[in-house]
Design a protein around this ligand. Structure first.
Ligand code: PFF
Length: 452
């Protein structure tokens, strides 16, 4: 990745590659369950507000840092100021923590695809199916191994370009299918409109600090921010392409897909459960519990379900590939390892961290860290601690070390920076203060010091 730094061929090339990395399980699996749990319309509103302020400022800053230095995260910070190398290192650790548990979820998706293809669809629509499945030891481990193994093989043999091409062609199909499933549910199932209202109309009584904490973590995760990825992408970007426009397009696209996924899942939750709190708060299992029921009720649902899970699997694979690729390239650069050795080391670490994440729902369900199951813990430590820390220090770094002007100048290489004012205010004042407040409150919450 670091040698032979080729440029993206054009504007669309950059936006598509970045959007390809951005759209994944974060949009389809993670966003809907957070929105269901943390206040529906209130969550959506907070998420959108954060994305046009924090998300925008941080994305512009990261892309500009990458393009200015022509380097990936660790080297980019070193090049700008040696004292900040540690931020690059911290950012580089994030994908290594995400990849293992991302692959556990990827394994769940694979299992559901195989289930739909092999005619097990109606079984999968049963209430207890998912719980029993993740409660078993062997099968989830097997699918996890297959998913991470496939990712490693693709990265090892360098065939990701092929997979990425296929997935880009299929992305519109995934979006169309998501919209179709949403409309089908809304117009044919009793109670679904209550879900639409819950999802689209913000109710201030549903607001809590947790809404903001969850929305912010999700923003980083979904837009691949605060983990060095956008810096690396920026380093490949040509100087005459607008950073501002690209950032806006990636945000709109990524948020659009997440929005549709919420519209597909939340009304369905209401249709099947009346929207009781327990169903809305299901967490990581929400998509797997809800969608098979929708497919069961739909004519041709088995085939549609199979196609849907296939698309989700592809989106998950392209994301896991870019996560692994990132970690592998860090190992290659930092420890001067060959590609194959790095790949095997990263695979080893991922298995080591992924197995307990998978077993956390079965054999090791009694083992918790800070009251969380292993998978939830990895999700928490990366999304709610490390990414906010990286984002906070990046904002401070831009504000006080290289100064916002350095970023603005880089952006203006390709024309006027329209949202310059917003960028400066957010990166200088709003981002540091808010991220710090959120970080402190989520830590206090976990340690049970205050309840938020
Ligand atoms: N943004 C991806 C998602 O929402 O699923 C997750 C991700 C993929 C993060 C690839 C980082 C990355 F390099």
């Amino acid at each position: 990745m670091s040698s032979n730094r080729s440029s993206f061929t054009g504007k669309i090339g950059f936006v598509l590659a970045a959007a390809g990395s951005a759209v994944g399980l974060g949009n389809i699996w993670r966003f809907p369950y957070l929105a269901a749990k943390y206040g529906g319309g209130m969550f959506l509103l907070v998420y959108i507000a954060l994305s046009v302020t924090f998300g925008f400022a941080l994305m512009v800053a990261e892309i500009a840092i990458g393009r200015k230095t022509g380097k990936s995260a660790i080297e980019a910070f070193t090049a700008l100021d040696k004292r900040f190398t540690f931020v690059g290192v911290l950012a580089a650790i994030v994908p290594a923590i995400i990849l293992p548990y991302y692959s556990v979820i990827g394994g769940w998706v694979t299992k559901y695809l195989v289930g739909f293809v092999s005619g097990d669809a109606s079984n999968m629509a049963g209430d207890a199916y998912f719980g029993n499945y993740i409660g078993s030891v062997g099968e989830p481990l097997l699918w996890f191994a297959l998913f991470i193994g496939a990712t490693a093989v693709i990265v090892l043999f360098g065939v990701e370009k092929g997979i990425e091409k296929v997935s880009k062609v299929l992305m519109p199909v995934l979006i169309a299918l998501t919209l179709f499933i949403a409309l089908y549910t809304i117009f044919s199932m009793d109670g679904a409109w209550d879900g639409v209202r819950y999802y689209l109309l913000p109710d201030f009584s549903n607001f809590s600090l947790m809404t903001v904490v969850a929305a912010m973590g999700q923003l980083f995760y979904s837009m691949s921010l605060a983990m060095g990825i956008m810096i690396t992408f920026g380093s490949y970007m040509k100087k005459d392409i607008s950073i501002e426009k690209s950032a806006k397009q990636i945000e709109i696209f990524d948020t659009g897909v997440a929005f549709l996924a919420g519209l597909m899942i939340i009304p369905a939750v209401f249709a099947f459960s009346g929207g009781n709190e327990e169903a809305l708060g299901k967490g990581p299992s929400l998509m797997f519990v809800t969608l098979p029921k929708v497919f069961e009720a739909m004519p041709g649902g088995t085939i549609i379900g199979a196609v849907f899970f296939f698309m989700v699997l592809l989106a998950a694979l392209t994301s896991s590939i870019s996560l692994m690729e990132t970690v592998v390239s860090v190992f290659m650069d930092k420890f001067k390892l060959g590609r194959r050795t790095s790949c095997l080391v990263v695979l080893g670490i991922s298995v080591l961290l992924g197995v307990p994440s998978s077993l956390g729902y079965s054999a090791w369900s009694d083992f918790t860290i800070l009251g969380m199951q292993v998978l939830d813990f990895f999700d928490f430590i990366s999304n709610s601690i490390m990414m906010p820390v990286v984002a906070l220090i990046t904002a401070i770094f831009v504000s006080f070390v290289i100064k916002p002007k350095a970023i603005i100048d880089e952006v203006e290489l390709s024309g006027k920076f329209k949202w310059k004012k917003l960028f400066s205010v957010v990166i200088r004042y709003v981002a540091p203060v808010c991220i710090l407040a959120i970080l402190v409150s989520s830590v206090l919450d976990v340690f049970g010091i205050v309840k938020i």
